[in-house]
Design a protein. Structure first.
Length: 175
């Protein structure tokens, strides 16, 4: 997509990022997690969480947005240090990438991933890890095309009392 720009997220972006994230969940996870959970997602609550995270954050989590030439936000990503339980490691973790469902397949996710990878490399991380729903074939193909590989780790993610398995992916970063 021409005219696409990736930049750091601001407080002013929180409402649109909440919409992108919520609509992304509702689209990407339909049939993978309980519909009751997806139906109960609140744009207002998510936007407030984003504002709190940004205003109280210490800068260790990087939030990025992708916007078109008109300044319309199309996607959001965030990354930081990898969490092994409650312990932060020296590796990086891609916590999330969400693209508005109307924009999927237009290069927005790739632009966000490319920028996250560049920033994690510049920060000196040797590798980047991420967790993805095991049954989310579209996302798994996206990450595999970008050089990520499943490393065999698997954990359940509980949603409304239902265990939804996640698998871990990893990719080495250039030194």
């Amino acid at each position: 997509m021409s005219g696409l720009r990736v930049r750091e997220m601001t407080i002013a972006d929180c409402d649109r990022v909440a919409e992108i994230r919520t609509r992304g969940w509702q689209s990407a996870y339909r049939g993978l997690i309980p519909q009751s959970y997806l139906d109960g997602l609140s744009l207002e609550e998510d936007a407030e969480r984003r504002r709190t995270y940004l205003s109280q954050g210490d800068g260790s989590v990087v939030n990025l947005v992708a916007e078109d030439a008109r300044g319309e936000l199309l996607g959001w990503a965030c990354h930081g240090r990898y969490r092994e339980g409650e312990v932060l490691t020296g590796d990086a973790e891609l916590y999330a990438i969400y693209v508005h469902p109307d924009q999927v397949g237009r290069g927005v996710g790739q632009a966000l991933l490319t920028e996250s990878l560049a920033r994690c490399t510049a920060a000196g991380h040797g590798r980047i890890l991420l967790w993805v729903l095991k049954e989310n074939d579209r996302a798994r193909r996206f990450y595999e095309r970008a050089g990520f590989r499943a490393d065999g780790a698997e954990e359940p993610f509980e949603v409304d009392g239902v265990a939804v398995p996640e698998v871990r992916y990893t990719r080495a970063l250039p030194r």
